[in-house]
Design a protein around this ligand. Structure first.
Ligand code: FAS
Ligand code: PHB
Length: 400
């Protein structure tokens, strides 16, 4: 088999890239390790930057997102019995975010791909990338033990943190930056009306909590938990009792509880692999970088990678101009590091590190610095503008 671009992974990165390339007439095949149903079973992001929304519209897959997605003009930070609203629209001169679950975006992209008759190979085992530095890279994989060979011009590694693509870049070529946080997020999804119309990030002495949502009838809530906790340690009732304690009192009294339809614990880490390209292999999204979800950047950084690579490959195939290929990693990493820093900053400001710390020691001085950081930035319009500008997303960079 042959294609112009082989895409590894049918998560949001791979599907969005595949859709954008196909609309430019650039042939692509996606090779995915699991089933489509399994991909859709992952409950992850919920907040989309404007740049992401625009890209989905450009991909021609925005009809349900524009119909069912909720535009959010602000969110709240709750701490020390105070609530500070970050008025994104006012502070950024009109920018907002959209609340629309990653699962929904993935479903819309999957349906669009199938409707266009574009090829996605699911349940591919032993996916291996070959000759990525040559002019004839290729991908091999097995279906029910039968080996297949896919020739291509370029490979987009959209296969997430645990994928094969990043590992294909030789260790002595890769530089990996990592910070692992000493706690995780226990997330719960429920078909209950959200406790607040806008997101509330809560810093509490018992630990961080986030009140988010998917729609007017579906809520997405998180609480900080120790790394040693297992999801089976937490009954729904235990979650609701703890979540209620961490919400502002005048909000907690409105909390509607109900059975969880999903519950899971996500570890928190900051991670970046440099470079994000090697020969004709390009790393996209979680394959190259991970952020703690406190800044709602994970999925959104994947989108800006997709945007950069889509523009480059369009110039290569439509204008026969390969001069821009070398720009990918530099362009992508500039925005990735801004997202990494913001996510690290929000995580440090809003979580309880008492008795914990990045370097293992109980660093109460660090706690005092971060409490002052939160108080300072929320206490001044200029500080709130800094938060707002990064939350709505910094501009995407154009190719030279
Ligand atoms: P993904 O990991 O989504 O997709 C990669 C795909 O590649 C998967 O389908 C996988 O099966 C496939 N794959 C892996 N190895 C392969 C191989 N060898 N061969 C073929 N296919 C292979 N972001 C937020 O903004 N907010 C959040 O609240 C949030 N919560 C998260 C919770 C969890 C538990 C996780 C893991 C991430 C969360 N994220 C969140 C980040 C998340 O949304 C990612 O940014 C997003 O899924 C990135 O999409 P992809 O780059 O497509 O990677
Ligand atoms: C979510 O709704 O899943 C969500 C929203 C904002 C975040 C993290 C997760 O920062």
């Amino acid at each position: 088999m042959k294609t112009q671009v082989a895409i590894i992974g049918a998560g949001p990165s791979g599907l969005l890239l595949g859709q954008l390339l196909a609309r430019q007439g650039i042939d692509n095949i996606i090779v995915e390790r699991v089933t489509g149903e399994y991909v859709l079973g992952r409950i992850r992001a919920g907040v989309l930057e404007q740049g992401f929304v625009d890209l989905v519209r450009e991909a021609g897959v925005s009809e349900r997102m524009d119909r069912e997605g909720e535009i959010h003009e602000g969110f709240e930070l709750a701490f020390n019995n105070r609530r500070v609203r970050i008025d994104m629209k006012q502070l950024t001169g009109g920018d907002t975010v959209m609340v629309y679950g990653q699962t929904e975006i993935t479903k819309d992209l999957m349906e669009a791909r199938a409707a266009a008759g574009l090829q996605t190979i699911y349940q591919a085992d032993n996916v291996t990338l070959h000759d990525v530095k040559s002019k004839t890279p290729s991908v091999t994989y097995e279906i029910n033990g039968v080996k297949h060979h896919l020739e291509c011009d370029y490979i987009a590694g959209c296969d997430g943190f645990h994928g094969v693509s990043r590992q294909t870049i030789p260790q002595d070529v890769r530089t990996e930056y990592e910070r692992i946080y000493p706690f995780g997020w226990l997330g719960l999804l429920s078909d209950t009306p959200p406790v607040s119309k806008e997101l509330i990030y809560c810093k509490h002495e018992r630990g961080f909590a986030l009140a988010s949502l998917r729609s007017a009838s579906r809520s997405r809530y998180y609480i900080q938990v120790p790394l040693s906790d297992k999801v089976e340690d937490w009954s729904d009732d235990d979650f609701w009792a703890e979540f209620k304690k961490r919400l502002p009192a005048n909000t907690a009294k409105n909390l509607v509880t109900g059975p969880s339809i999903e519950k899971s614990i996500a570890p928190l880490r900051s991670f970046v692999c440099e470079p994000m390209q090697y020969g004709n292999l390009f790393l996209v999204g979680d394959a190259a970088h991970i952020v703690p979800p406190t800044g709602a950047k994970g999925l959104n950084l994947a989108a800006s990678d997709v945007s950069a690579l889509y523009k480059i490959l369009t110039r290569v195939f439509k204008e026969n101009d390969k001069s821009c290929i070398a720009q990918y990693s530099e362009i992508a990493l500039r925005r990735v590091w801004h997202g990494e820093r913001f996510s690290w900053w929000m995580t440090n400001m809003l979580h309880n590190f008492e008795g914990l710390s990045i370097n293992g020691a109980d660093d109460r001085t660090f706690e005092k610095f971060m409490a002052s950081e939160l108080d300072y930035y929320t206490g001044y319009e200029a500080g709130r503008r800094v938060i707002a500008q990064q939350y709505v997303g910094l501009p995407y960079e154009e190719l030279e």
